[in-house]
Design a protein around this ligand. Structure first.
Ligand code: SF4
Length: 417
């Protein structure tokens, strides 16, 4: 029996690797009744590989059978691959077994769609329910919401899972029509909206009835495939921004398209995975969520693509040199945090520290500011960069001092877009 499960595991864990939306921070489910697993505290089960992908969860598909034929997906029905499907009991067994051996701290479960959305979703829900109710499992559970799943099943899923995510798949409807014409954008947005509304209701209910069961406490996320279709970064960032604003998502994940199919609608098989672009999109996303940038400030119709050779914050600063230099001892936090070389934590420390003294360059160094980057954009007590540099010159000085692995890759990727 275990040989059969092992064989399924090899197939279904491999198929699951294309989904990057598995970061599990934000949950604080506590271990009750001496149950299994504990996701208490910060970042219980988010270990990331070097390329930013998350590990330490059992990350599998329930099945790689699928009734759909999305061109960018290995599980598409026309793909001639070995298929497999776990039973509900097998996934439960595996999770418990791996957890007891300390291999994992939780479960990330996605699936191809067999028969129909509800048939598949119902099985995902049964797995989470069995783990929670029959095995008293308190580890992290991230379930995929199957597009088109009913509200009732999404509701149940949210009662047992820490996080739910319905993949938006591609940044625009046009892209979806091209590569997954059988799929419908509304089938993805409706469950997302239901989850959002139920999270809000649940929050209100909990204020009145403390014992109301929590609904998807780590919130919802989504993922889009980048580079399979021709959308600009501006379109991608606009979509992410729309989803954050209208569906209260915790995260949007960007998954660089891995060429898997010789299909004229897709980039050639020899095309490189756009890892640099993926990284820049994460940085842009970070700027919107934590640095107070509007989507249009980062990319817009005049600048529809993120620079691959520098981060979007530096790119914005160089396009807006008229807003600099910023006086570290006087400027608002919202301006300080926009200075290249100053992160959120450093900006907060600056604002706190200057209540007691005028800050000088040495103070900034101690606070953790990257002076080699920030110096072209600040005035601070007796320090200011005397020479007037052009944006190109500043970029050259900063980038030649710091050659990252992404910049090396960027040179190749420039020719692809
Ligand atoms: S519905 Fe999901 S699993 Fe099925 S082919 Fe499309 S992307 Fe792949």
């Amino acid at each position: 029996m275990w040989d059969k499960i092992r064989e399924k595991l090899a197939i279904l864990a491999d198929a699951a690797k294309y989904d990057v939306s598995c970061a599990s921070s934000g949950s604080n489910r506590t271990n009750k009744n001496k149950g299994l697993g504990d996701s208490t505290g910060m970042g219980i089960c988010h270990t990331f590989t070097e390329d930013g992908r998350c590990v330490a969860l059992l990350k599998i598909l329930l099945t790689n059978f699928c009734i759909y034929d999305c061109a960018y997906c290995t599980s598409r029905k026309s793909n001639d691959i070995k298929r497999a499907a776990f039973t509900v009991e097998e996934v439960v067994e595996l999770t418990i077994n791996f957890y007891r051996r300390n291999y994992i701290e939780g479960l990330f479960l996605s699936s191809g769609i067999f028969k129909n959305s509800d048939y598949t979703m119902e099985r995902l829900v049964r797995i989470a329910k069995k783990l929670r109710l029959e095995h008293n499992f308190n580890g992290y559970i991230h379930l995929k919401g199957i597009p088109g799943a009913s509200d009732e099943l999404m509701k149940e899923a949210g009662l047992y899972a820490d996080r739910l995510s319905v993949n938006i798949e591609l940044p625009t409807n046009e892209g979806l029509q091209l590569l997954a014409p059988d799929k419908n954008r509304e089938d993805m947005l409706n469950p997302m909206k239901y989850v959002k509304d139920t999270i809000i209701e649940n929050r209100e209910e909990k204020k009145i009835f403390k014992k109301t069961p929590r609904f998807t406490p780590a919130g919802q996320s989504t993922q889009m495939v980048i580079g399979a279709t021709k959308e600009t970064d501006w379109q991608i960032v606009q979509t992410a921004n729309y989803l954050y604003k209208n569906y209260s998502l915790k995260r949007v994940y960007y998954s660089g398209y891995i060429p898997i199919s010789n299909d004229s609608r897709l980039p050639a098989l020899t095309t490189q995975v756009p890892v640099v672009r993926e990284n820049r999109l994460y940085q842009a996303d970070w700027l919107m969520r934590f640095y107070g940038f509007q989507a249009n400030e980062i990319v817009n119709t005049q600048h529809p693509y993120l620079a691959l050779d520098m981060d979007p914050k530096l790119a914005w600063a160089l396009r807006n040199l008229d807003q600099f230099p910023v006086d570290i001892n006087k400027a608002d936090y919202s301006l300080i945090v926009r200075i290249p070389g100053i992160g959120v934590q450093s900006a907060k420390k600056i604002v706190a520290a200057r209540k007691y003294q005028r800050l000088q360059l040495d103070h900034l160094k101690k606070i953790g500011v990257v002076i080699s980057r920030a110096r072209y954009f600040i005035v601070c007590d007796q320090f200011f960069e005397k020479k007037e540099y052009s944006p190109e010159k500043i970029k050259h000085i900063i980038l030649t001092g710091k050659q990252t692995k992404f910049q090396k890759l960027a040179i190749t990727q420039y020719s692809l877009f």
